[in-house]
Ligand binder design. Structure first.
Ligand SMILES: [Zn+2]
Ligand SMILES: [Zn+2]
Length: 263
């Protein structure tokens, strides 16, 4: 069974150095889960030859623009391209109103069912359970309500004895409260907006440094750490990765368009 991640966007706030805004595509057994949808995501999907129709579930971590301004365009394109299948959207409650007003203004009546699942931003919860996958959300520490997500494989095939798992910790300050939700995850994505010299700024803006992300990975006994959501001030990401590796050697900067096999 496939369990892989393709990163479509890795920059924070604004695009820079050919890096796009947050978007991640998880493939579990050829079912596609889109996690965050920054502006430009549909172009990235096209660029990497992902059919929009294969996306069944979309997860939006929070309502800062760099994480969801690409959504209305993607939903509209699915409509224009004649989508028939349901699309499930998991997001903070206010997104439903935002989409409604956008569709009202453009007099768009979607031709496919869009099923909205409001996230609880105050406590962890199971948000999706299927035969092969279980998805939890959990609160992060950010300037507006924000959720992380963890995807865990159920009933792994015998030849893959360890259940595969992926956790996504979008924008967040250093926050040990998340540890019970992500313990022993095989691959942890954690934002690393800044280097350690800007730790005070990171704290003030509810973002993390690469070392803080690595500390979370270490305390969670994660298998591998993917760093992302880089500040536009960094062109070269190697110093960030080097800092993270002083705490957690299995740290890597995400690279857009590369598909990482999990497990
Ligand atoms: Zn962000
Ligand atoms: Zn944010």
């Amino acid at each position: 069974m496939t369990f892989s991640l393709t990163v479509l966007g890795s920059n924070a706030a604004v695009p820079a150095y050919n890096r796009n805004l947050s978007a991640h595509l998880l493939n579990i057994n050829e079912r596609f889960f889109l996690i965050d949808c920054g502006e430009g995501t549909q172009f990235q999907l096209r660029k990497y030859h992902v059919s929009y129709h294969r996306i069944k579930h979309v997860f939006i971590s929070h309502l800062h623009g760099d994480h969801f301004f690409g959504l209305i365009g993607l939903l509209n394109s699915m409509h224009m391209l004649g989508r028939k299948e349901e699309l499930h959207l998991y997001a903070p409650p206010m997104l439903e109103e935002i989409l409604d007003i956008q569709f009202q203004a453009s007099q768009t009546q979607l031709i496919y069912p869009l099923i909205f699942h409001p996230l609880r931003v105050d406590q962890p919860e199971i948000i999706l359970e299927e035969e092969r996958v279980l998805v939890h959300s959990f609160p992060l520490k950010h300037s507006i309500p924000t959720c992380g997500f963890v995807f865990r494989e159920k009933n792994p095939p015998r030849k893959v004895p360890q259940a595969r798992s992926f956790a996504y910790c979008s924008d967040t300050g250093y926050f040990e409260d998340i540890l019970p939700n992500i313990q022993q995850v095989l691959v942890l994505y954690h934002e690393a907006t800044f280097m350690q010299e800007l730790a005070a700024a990171a704290d003030e803006k509810f973002h993390s440094t690469a070392i803080e992300a690595a500390t979370i990975a270490k305390k969670a006994n994660a298998g591998k750490l993917l760093l992302g959501h880089f500040s536009a001030r960094y062109d070269d990401l190697r110093p960030l990765v080097d800092e993270a590796r002083t705490v957690f050697p299995e740290s890597y900067a995400v690279e857009e368009g590369i598909t990482l096999k999990i497990g």
